[in-house]
Design a protein around this ligand. Structure first.
Ligand SMILES: *Cc1c(COP(=O)(O)O)cnc(C)c1O
Length: 341
C-alpha cells in the first residue's frame, strides 16, 4: 500500500527504535524523566521559548494552550478552517468554555485588519476577546505556508490589544523548510506554540507546547487535570529527540514529492486545484468527472490510500515512508482512474 492519508502514518525509524530501547527514564509527573527533560529543553531551544512541555497529542497541546490563556465566557479568534475550530470536536467550547470566533482566511492566513475588526470592545453585551490563534502550515488550505509578514501583522495587532497569540504549528517545521524562514522567526510572533513530533518528523507519539516559564507551569497543571500527566514517557520522548535532531531537514524530500504529484495531477483533465497552493507536503484536489468516493475507492483498489476532505476534495499527504517511485505510481493510477471514467 502507498499510504498518502496523512503524515501521521509514518513509522518510527531504526534510530528511533534504538533510542527507545536505550532510553534512560524516570517518573515524569515528578519531573524525573531525564529523556523527557532533554526533549523539552531541546524543543524549547528550537522554537526560541523559555520552556516546553511534552503532551500526548497535538489536540491536547492546542487545548491546553486555550485552557491556559482563556477564561470561560471569553472569545477566541481563529481561522474558519483551522484545526482547533474544525477538527477538535468543539473541545475549546466543551473544556475551556470559550466561544470561537471563526474568520475567513486567505490560503489559511488570517488578515490582520479582520482580526483587529473582530476584537471585542469593552461592553457588557459582548464576550471579551481572550486569544488569537493561527495555524502554520495550514492543513485545510492545502499545507500552505502562512507568510512571516502576515504572522507579524497579526502579532502586532495582538500586542496593541494586549492579547496572547497561540500558534498551531503542527507542521511548523514544514513551513520553515519550505520557506527558508527560521522556525524561531515564526514563533517570535507568538505567545505559545504547539508542534507535532508524530507527523512528518516521524516520531510514534507526542507533541510539544512551548512558551514562557509561567505559561508552561500553568500548562503542566492543565495537562495533569486532563489526565495527560505521563510516567516513564522517556520511552517515546527518546524517539522525539531523534525526530528533532535528524528528521527536520529531510522534510524537503516530502515537499519535492508533493510538487511532483501536483505537477502530474495539474496536467490531467477531471481534476481541479491550484498547483501554486502546493508548498509543502499536502496536495488537495477536487475531481470533476468522478465523485470523491469513486476516486478514493478506485485508488484504494490500486493500492493507494487517500483522505476525503469534506465535502468535495481529496487529500494526498506525502511523508517519509512514501518514495518518489510511489508518487510516480500514484500519478499513473490517477491517470488510469480518470481515463476510465
Ligand atoms: C494533526 C494536527 C493537529 C492535532 O494533532 P493530533 O496529534 O492528531 O491530535 C493539530 N493541528 C493541526 C494543524 C494538525 O494538522
Amino acid at each position: 500500500m502507498i499510504d498518502l492519508r496523512s503524515d501521521t502514518v509514518t513509522l518510527p525509524t531504526d534510530a528511533m527504535r534504538k533510542a527507545v530501547f536505550e532510553a534512560e527514564v524516570g517518573d515524569d509527573v515528578y519531573g524525573e524523566d531525564p529523556t523527557v527533560n532533554r526533549l523539552q529543553e531541546l524543543a524549547a531551544d528550537m522554537v526560541g521559548k523559555e520552556a516546553a512541555l511534552l503532551v500526548p497529542s497535538g489536540t491536547m497541546g492546542n487545548q491546553i494552550a486555550v485552557l491556559t490563556h482563556c477564561r470561560p465566557g471569553t472569545e477566541v479568534i481563529l481561522e474558519a478552517d483551522s484545526h482547533i475550530y474544525y477538527y477538535e470536536a468543539a473541545a475549546a467550547s466543551v473544556f475551556a468554555g470559550v466561544q470561537p470566533r471563526p474568520l475567513p482566511g486567505k490560503r489559511g492566513s488570517l488578515p490582520a485588519e479582520l482580526v483587529e475588526w473582530a476584537i471585542r470592545q469593552d461592553d457588557i453585551h459582548l464576550p471579551p476577546t481572550s486569544l488569537i490563534c493561527m495555524e502554520n502550515t495550514h492543513n485545510r488550505a492545502g499545507g500552505t505556508v502562512v507568510p512571516l509578514e502576515d504572522m507579524e501583522a497579526v502579532y502586532d495587532v495582538a500586542c496593541r490589544h494586549d492579547l496572547p497569540v497561540h500558534l498551531d504549528g503542527a507542521r511548523i517545521f514544514n513551513a520553515s523548510i519550505a520557506s527558508g524562514v527560521a522556525v524561531k522567526e515564526f514563533t517570535a510572533c507568538t505567545t505559545s506554540v504547539q508542534f507535532c513530533l508524530s507527523k512528518g518528523l516521524g516520531a510514534p507519539v507526542g507533541s510539544i507546547i512551548a512558551g514562557s516559564l509561567d505559561f508552561i507551569d500553568e500548562a503542566r497543571r492543565w495537562r495533569k487535570r486532563l489526565g495527560g500527566g505521563m510516567r516513564q514517557a522517556g520511552i517515546f520522548a527518546a524517539a522525539g529527540v531523534v525526530a528533532l535532531e535528524t528528521m527536520v531537514e529531510r522534510l524537503a524530500e516530502d515537499h519535492a514529492n508533493a510538487r511532483l504529484l501536483a505537477d502530474g495531477l495539474a496536467a490531467m483533465k477531471g481534476i481541479v486545484f491550484n498547483p501554486d497552493d502546493v508548498e509543502t507536503n499536502i496536495v488537495i484536489v477536487k475531481p470533476t468527472t468522478l465523485s470523491i468516493r469513486e476516486l478514493g475507492d478506485e485508488l484504494e483498489k490500486r493500492g493507494i490510500l487517500t483522505v476525503v476532505i469534506e465535502p468535495d476534495r481529496i487529500r494526498f499527504t506525502t511523508n517519509k515512508d512514501v518514495s518518489r517511485i510511489d508518487i510516480e505510481k500514484t500519478i499513473e493510477a490517477v491517470k488510469e482512474v480518470l481515463g476510465g471514467s
